[in-house]
Design a protein around this ligand. Structure first.
Ligand code: NI
Length: 138
């Protein structure tokens, strides 16, 4: 960890009260930790505006496994991105939710722009019921 620097921040009383209420609800015990996380989140979001930024992502999707074409396409896509330079599938998790639905989490690492492209390709496949790309800069 780099050297710590203490800063003073002036805030409107009402704004501070709302902030304290929110971070308490989120489980923070001290303001400093909540503020550090906010700054990191903001910096990460700013980095992600660059399509070449290094990032990792979890693509979460729910689909009906009776769409066999979709299962095949998902497997095909993951196998074709194991060693590609701009983005790689590094892991996946499959959970059989019930007799129809499956939950799959696909972990991608690479350039932010390429990750989003693959994530969008996955989520727009026919048969995907719900999905989300959770991406963070590394
Ligand atoms: Ni399944």
């Amino acid at each position: 960890m780099s050297e710590l620097e203490r800063i003073g921040v002036s805030l409107d009383k009402d704004l501070l009260a709302q902030f304290d209420k929110l971070i308490t609800k989120q489980g923070y015990r001290i303001r400093s930790e909540a503020i550090r996380d906010l700054v990191r989140k903001h910096l990460s979001e700013e980095q992600l505006e660059n399509p070449d930024a290094k990032a990792v992502a979890a693509v979460v999707l729910v689909y009906d496994h009776h769409s066999t074409k979709l299962s095949d396409s998902l497997i095909e896509l993951q196998h074709s991105h194991t060693h590609t330079p701009s983005v790689q599938v590094i892991s996946s998790l499959h959970v059989h939710l019930d007799e129809h639905d499956c939950l799959e989490i696909i972990i991608l690492r690479g350039q932010a722009g390429q990750i989003r492209k693959i994530g969008d390709t996955i989520l727009s496949m026919k048969g995907v019921k719900l999905g989300k790309i959770n991406i963070v800069a590394t």
